[in-house]
Design a binder for this molecule. Structure first.
Ligand SMILES: Nc1c(NC[C@H](O)[C@H](O)[C@H](O)CO)[nH]c(=O)[nH]c1=O
Ligand SMILES: CC(=O)[C@@H](O)COP(=O)(O)O
Length: 208
């Protein structure tokens, strides 16, 4: 396979992901490929300093569900979550005493939620024998771009649109022949850190 110029060169700037919060929303169709892509993205997020506790992973049935999932997770990240103390304490034990009795009228604790700095939408579409593939690819790609621009939250396009199983496998580093390919999930993780980092700075008017 001839050398390719595809992809982005490794940036000289190491983007610091320590403060970032990133969501990964993935479909479950073609799961072996999905799992490799998600693992690649998580690995690069953590390598870039994103704390594991700041990486939120959610799944949906298929790629067609990705745009709504991204939209609702971005919206939900701004909601103050609340739990009553009973719920919070009911699973705790004190000095080995489990099922501790908690007051019936427990106070409500409002937990701050943090917005996502970036969302990685992961899906694997593999062409079948009908036009279903074309319609999903077209609608999902346009919808993800719309959610990104409407919300201002970077959505990394992690949807493989493969004509064959092997095209999908090779883009997850799972190639069946000599060419194992390259795990595109790693690039998506790095893109999420860079865009999350950029958007935070640009929001503050920093362009240095
Ligand atoms: N064929 C593939 C699908 N199809 C399912 C749709 O994405 C959707 O879940 C269904 O139409 C219900 O709304 N999804 C993939 O992610 N990959 C495919 O190859
Ligand atoms: C991407 C798809 O929806 C596709 O895998 C479905 O296959 P088919 O077109 O043969 O129904």
């Amino acid at each position: 396979m001839s050398a390719t110029i595809k992809g982005i060169s490794k940036s000289d700037v190491q983007y610091d992901g320590v403060a970032l919060r990133v969501a990964i929303v993935h479909a479950r169709w073609n799961k072996p490929v999905i799992d490799a892509l998600v693992a690649g993205a998580v690995a690069k997020l953590k390598e870039s300093g994103v704390k594991e506790s700041n990486i939120v992973v959610q799944s949906v049935p298929g790629s067609f569900e990705l745009p709504l999932a991204c939209s609702r997770m971005i919206a939900g990240a701004h909601v103050q979550t609340s739990s009553n103390v009973t719920d919070l304490l009911s699973g705790l034990s004190f000095g080995g005493i489990s099922n501790v009795e908690t007051p019936a009228t427990a106070a409500t604790v409002t937990m701050p939620n943090e917005p996502f700095d970036a969302v990685i939408a992961v899906g694997v579409l593999i062409k079948g024998s009908t036009m279903h593939f074309e319609y999903i690819c077209d609608s999902v790609s346009h919808a993800l771009m719309k959610v990104q621009l409407d919300t201002g939250v970077p959505i990394i396009f992690g949807v493989l649109t493969a004509l064959t199983d092997d095209q999908a496998l090779e883009r997850a580093g799972l190639g069946r022949g000599e060419n194992k390919g390259h795990n595109h999930g790693e690039d998506w993780g790095l893109a999420a850190v860079e865009m999350g980092f950029h958007v935070r700075r640009w929001r503050e008017g920093k362009f240095d």
